[in-house]
Ligand binder design. Structure first.
Ligand code: DAH
Length: 341
């Protein structure tokens, strides 16, 4: 075996290796277990002692030389591969990024929070109630006569004879009083359901906010003052409120509450919001009918009295933002909802 020729041929191949993988293949061929050079080293033992040493030196030198060339080439290839990667993997921080649009709450949710915030500011506790409720809470304990028209299957979604999709948030009044003794300063919000044919002011699913106060010495004056504070917080500091007699089964006396128009000069000239009336109806309210205390424990009508009120979130949103048809609030057309983002 011509060792010099072998070394120079192998050196040339190593130096020509194009990448780390090719270099490894060549290394195995020239320095691996089956390489002629390595075979020759293994066969040294069979040489006569006087030849063994010189041949051994020569072969070992050749092997070390080739190992050095492989190491050098490997370093070179790794350096080049790194440079190549640095050149091509470069991140251009000046390229425009991917924009993620910011989310926002739906207008119903925004309005719900705005209203609840007012009552939280008054010190009320916000509670939750079930959307599927017993007839007992939705009607009976709210003093609805057995023949009350809103109980009819044409008005109310019945799940069973004694279970309904709640038609208002008022059942939370009873549930709250059941849960603990007076005093109560409670607000609740949530979805309600009625078998209404949808139009500009009705949807079969809608959102109400309910308030209940029960304490010693609560009067209609407290109700009016509370609703005045609410009206000014939501519709503007200049507003006034007006109570008109009405009927609800669970309040006595009952009132409908108007807020002074926030859209016109209130001089009788035509106005889209109040129709020239100067007043806009915003909610129903009243003094808790003492009969209700009979459905719960721990409320003595000789000791405590209370007021309650209920209002439609979609109506408030519609009035504040001049929305002509509340069905828009439920259609989730982004061209509409996006205006309140
Ligand atoms: N529950 C009534 C409705 O759905 C609204 C209402 C009126 C709630 C008077 C009250 C109230 O708490 O006192 O139309």
């Amino acid at each position: 075996m011509d060792v010099d020729a072998l070394v120079s041929e192998a050196t040339a191949r190593i130096e020509a290796a194009r990448d780390v993988a090719a270099l490894e293949e060549i290394r195995i061929e020239v320095l691996g277990r089956k390489a002629p050079l390595v075979q020759a080293l293994r066969e040294l033992a069979s040489l006569p002692p006087d030849e063994r040493r010189a041949r051994g030196d020569e072969l070992n030198r050749a092997r070390r030389s080739l190992e050095g060339v492989v190491d050098e080439r490997a370093r070179e290839l790794r350096r080049r591969e790194l440079e190549e990667r640095l050149r091509t993997d470069r991140v251009d921080v000046t390229l425009p990024g991917v924009r993620h649009p910011r989310g926002y709450s739906h207008l119903i949710e925004q309005t719900r929070r705005d209203i609840l915030d007012v009552f939280v500011g008054f010190g009320y506790v916000v509670v939750d109630g079930p959307e599927i409720d017993l007839v007992h809470y939705n009607f009976d304990a709210l003093n609805h006569a057995p023949t009350h028209p809103s109980r009819q299957v044409t008005d109310t979604f019945y799940i069973a004879d004694d279970v309904v999709l709640r038609t208002h948030t008022s059942p939370v009044q009873i549930r709250t009083m059941e849960a603990g003794p007076p005093p109560v300063y409670m607000a609740t919000a949530g979805r309600c359901y009625r078998r209404d044919t949808p139009d500009a002011t009705h949807t079969a699913m809608f959102t109400q906010i309910e308030g209940l106060v029960v304490d010693r010495g609560i009067t209609l004056a407290h109700l009016k003052g509370t609703l005045l504070g609410f009206a000014r917080a939501i519709f503007g500091a200049e507003r006034e409120v007006r109570l008109r007699p009405h009927f609800f089964p669970f309040t006595e006396p009952s009132v409908e509450v108007d807020v002074s128009c926030f859209n016109c000069a209130r001089d009788g000239s035509p106005c889209r919001v109040c129709k020239g009336e100067g007043w806009v109806e915003i909610l129903g309210a009243g003094m808790v009918d003492p009969n209700l205390y009979g459905y719960v424990d721990g409320y003595d009508p000789e000791e405590v009295s209370g007021f309650a009120f209920g209002l439609g979130v979609e109506r408030v949103a519609g009035l504040r933002h001049d929305i002509p048809d509340i069905r828009l609030l439920w259609e989730n057309d982004l061209r509409f909802t996006g205006q309140f983002g």
